[in-house]
Design a protein around this ligand. Structure first.
Ligand code: NAD
Length: 427
């Protein structure tokens, strides 16, 4: 589905801003590539007694601001360039959110839906067996991403703790509640999408109440974005598009009067596939994959995978769309960006829009260090404050330099990372 290699896209985005900021060659060379890469095999004993070798990666892009931070993705189409891109974006995301962490990302080429729980557990423990010497609360802190869950983070934390001989909850975030996890982590990314959209609408002078949204994806990010759109802003979600595991294609599920996210959640399996018969029973229409893109809404939220809005399909977007909130990482290609720029669509770039997850992960690490856990209200309040401040920094940069929103967010991030590298004497 991807039309552009995501790492080339991440480098292209960086290059444009590096030029605008007139960064030196030395700084540019450091930041265009990850500082460290780990490529490894994970031998796993399968339930039938056979052995499979899975390909795993960990990319540590930059740790000038603090330990690397970023999820581990289990996906059959995982590539090292996707992991490199995601690791690079994590550096910028942590910097925009103004949290003292660097950028990293991990992955395994695997379809987790084809594994039993026992096989998944062995694969998670195997990932740690390969990487434990090079991660840690002060080195690199993984977290969940597409295809990985809080339970898997619990297994990984346990394996790391066993290997180093000391309970170390801060080695990994996104752990289950009661197992070192933070309240609010599950909701955090979707919540952040809604907080940043609220700020964008405020900036544009649009009242959210009465607006409608169309979302791609119905996984962790999209489900909570749908919930908080309705509960916090009164925004009607009229469509979600998601992958159907059995049919191996995606569909758009829509209802112009609004979809009840809780109902949809109740008929969605753990991998995000929706029960089509039950959806129809509840008056939800089932349309082709791309239908979510051409809905007459004010807010468009790609919250599934990368490189989905391209030069080929950006023309399908209706002029009613005022805000594109990038819940997913890298959903819009540079060619789509050009069209948004020309049409004055306010794009909330991924490194700002979906920074709620890593911000809450940072809170989780802080709570692990203190061994004291905050109430949900406290977590959500701190999240709101951090993301509102992050949005304000990007807006200030945008107004000062008169640049596209994505470039403004990159400028805020690059300034902070370069300053940290200077302070540490790297450059
Ligand atoms: P998830 O695995 O919970 O959900 C993914 C969703 O995408 C599912 O609903 C699936 O059906 C859908 N999907 C997959 N391929 C699709 C396709 N071709 N067309 C339509 N839908 C498709 O993942 P998630 O955690 O919600 O993450 C979604 C995106 O958000 C990813 O880009 C991820 O990197 C990013 N992100 C996630 C977090 C987080 O905290 N979970 C934080 C920051 C960024």
């Amino acid at each position: 589905m991807a039309t552009i290699n995501p790492f080339q896209m991440a480098q292209q985005q960086f290059d444009e801003v590096a030029q605008q900021l007139e960064l030196s060659d030395n700084i540019t060379r450091i930041l265009r590539w990850p500082l460290r890469e780990f490529h490894f095999q994970i031998p796993v004993q399968m339930d039938d007694g056979s052995m499979e070798c899975f390909r795993g990666y960990r990319i540590q892009h930059n740790d000038a601001l603090g330990p690397c931070k970023g999820g581990i993705r289990f996906h059959p189409a995982e590539t090292v360039d996707t992991v490199r891109a995601l690791g690079t974006w994590m550096t910028w995301k942590c910097a925009v959110a103004d949290i003292p962490l660097g950028g990293g990302k991990g992955g395994v080429i695997v379809d987790p839906s084809g594994l039993s729980d026992a096989e998944k557990q062995r694969l998670c423990r195997g990932w740690i067996d390969q990487m434990w010497r090079n991660i840690g609360p002060r080195i690199d802190v993984p977290a969940p991403d597409v295809g990985t869950t809080p339970q898997m983070m619990g297994w990984m934390m346990d394996q790391y703790s066993k290997l180093i001989g000391s309970y170390t909850p801060g080695v990994i975030t996104g752990k289950p509640l009661g197992g070192g996890g933070s309240r609010g982590r599950t909701e955090a990314t979707g919540y952040g999408v809604v907080v940043t959209t609220r700020e964008a609408l405020k900036h544009l002078g649009i009242n959210p109440n009465g607006c409608s949204a169309s979302i791609q994806g119905f996984g962790n990010v999209a489900q909570y974005a749908a919930k908080f759109f309705k509960e916090s802003l009164g925004v009607r979600v009229v469509a979600v598009s998601c992958w159907d595991r059995k049919d191996k294609t995606s569909y758009t599920y829509s209802n112009d009067d609004g979809i009840d996210y809780a109902l949809l959640q109740s008929i969605t399996d753990q991998y995000g596939s929706i029960d089509k018969a039950k959806a129809r029973e509840h008056g939800i229409a089932i349309e082709p994959a791309d239908a979510w893109l051409s809905k007459e809404v004010e807010i468009l939220v790609p919250a599934a995978i990368e490189s989905v809005i391209t030069k080929e399909n950006v023309g399908q977007i209706k002029p009613t769309v005022k805000v594109v909130a990038e819940g997913a990482n890298g959903p819009c290609t540079p060619q789509a960006d050009e069209v948004f720029r020309k049409n004055n669509v306010f794009v909330i770039p991924d490194i700002l829009c979906n920074a709620g997850g890593v911000t809450c992960s940072y809170f989780e690490g802080v709570q692990n260090d203190m061994n004291y856990y905050w109430e949900l209200e406290e977590v959500m309040e701190r999240l709101d404050k951090k993301l509102t401040n992050a949005f304000a920094s990007v807006l200030t940069m945008l107004e000062r330099r008169k640049v596209y929103t994505r470039n403004a967010a990159y400028m805020v991030a690059i300034d902070r990372v370069v300053r940290a590298m200077e302070l540490r004497g790297w450059i």
